[in-house]
Design a protein around this ligand. Structure first.
Ligand code: NAI
Ligand code: MG
Length: 335
């Protein structure tokens, strides 16, 4: 097999964690070919654009991108390059697994294994309709929910559950208060659930969900929710199991998919060689699942877990004294 993927090395710690990640992927001998493309600050400096046309073309052609964090310059053309990439490729499903790992400084080092499926294109992130009145006294944001957008994300969650042997989908909403928008999401989710009777489905209001996640996270399997709730809940879940250094995310659409770490470009530690590469590596594992290589994805995750268990080469955020490439090599040696 040879598959070409678009690789975006990104800003800040981006190049460091990408080099480490490609080092591990190379050791797996998967027959992947990398097409490098620029985005973010580095692209602005080299090509005068945050997302150059060549990068768009590369993602469109290869349909798969592995992406390091990008710095959005303050006062740039759009609020976030990541949000813009998701919008341009209609990457409607944001899939963030949270699994407890050994030897992490976190609340749950075992028992958590859940996936948040967040609607990625509408809801409170609707770009138009952010208004402040002329006198500055009243601000309004539009939340737009569509049946189509709700249906495809809930369908995605049920399909993901079935494909990955998960048993339950929890629909998270606030339909008791936001009767129109969250109401439409919940109503549509119930219809989709009826068409998927082999997967258990329950409903939970978002505030209670947050409390339940903190107290008994092991009750959750797949969570599906709207854009803003999913943004908040997925960070909460990352915090339950080891924080940003271990949190990956996939942005999936019909025509393209972008795999990444949840964290940003970490300017405070950029260039020091101490960034934890695991979040991007776990994003790469999601990419291997997407490429229909689940055994290879598991092989990669198992090597990461074994390295954490052995406390071999851990970076400072995990309490170790290792560096980015050393940690990656310790992982590669356990593949
Ligand atoms: P951040 O995630 O870059 O950093 C937050 C804290 O976590 C920092 O102390 C950082 O050192 C630490 N950290 C993050 N990743 C780490 C890793 N792999 N290993 C060890 N420590 C790590 O968030 P911040 O500072 O709010 O944003 C910095 C820049 O990143 C901004 O320009 C923002 O726009 C961009 N950003 C990009 C994202 C993306 O491309 N997906 C996501 C979030 C932010
Ligand atoms: Mg977020």
């Amino acid at each position: 097999m040879t598959t070409t993927i678009t690789v975006i090395r990104g800003d800040g710690i981006g190049p460091e964690i990408m080099d480490a990640t490609l080092n591990v992927l190379d050791a797996m001998q998967l027959g992947l070919t990398y097409e490098f493309a620029d985005a973010g600050l580095v692209a602005l400096e080299k090509h005068g654009e945050l997302i150059p046309a060549a990068t768009m073309d590369s993602i469109r052609k290869n349909r798969i991108a592995l992406k390091s964090p990008l710095t959005t310059p303050v006062g740039g053309g759009f609020s976030s390059i990541n949000v813009e990439l998701r919008r341009r490729f209609d990457l409607y499903a944001n899939v963030r697994p949270a699994k407890s790992f050994p030897n992490t400084k976190s609340r749950f080092t075992s028992g958590v294994d859940l996936v948040t499926v967040r609607e990625n294109t509408e809801g409170a992130y609707t770009p138009e309709g952010q208004e402040t009145s002329a006198d500055g006294e009243i601000a309004t944001s539009i939340i737009r929910t569509t049946r189509k957008g709700s249906e495809r994300i809930v369908r995605y969650a049920f399909d993901l559950a079935r494909r990955t042997g998960r048993k339950k989908v929890t629909v998270v909403h606030k339909a008791n208060i936001m009767k129109s928008t969250s109401g439409l999401f919940l109503k549509t989710a119930r219809e989709v659930a009826q068409q998927n009777p082999d997967i258990e489905c329950n409903e939970m209001i978002v505030d209670n969900t947050c409390m339940q996640l903190v107290m008994r996270p092991e009750q959750f399997d797949v969570i599906v929710t709207t854009n803003l709730f999913g943004d908040i809940i997925s960070d909460l879940c990352a915090g339950l199991v080891g924080g940003l250094g271990l949190a990956p995310g996939a942005n999936i659409g019909t025509d393209a998919a972008i795999f990444e770490a949840v964290h940003g470009s970490a300017p405070d530690i950029a260039g020091k060689g101490v960034a934890n590469p695991c979040a991007l590596l776990l994003g790469a594992a999601q990419m291997l699942d997407h490429l229909a290589l689940p055994a290879q994805a598991e092989r990669l995750r198992a090597a990461i877990i074994a390295t954490l268990e052995a406390k071999d080469g851990l970076t400072p955020d995990l309490g170790g004294q290792g560096n980015t490439m050393g940690f990656a090599k310790a992982i590669a040696s356990r593949l």
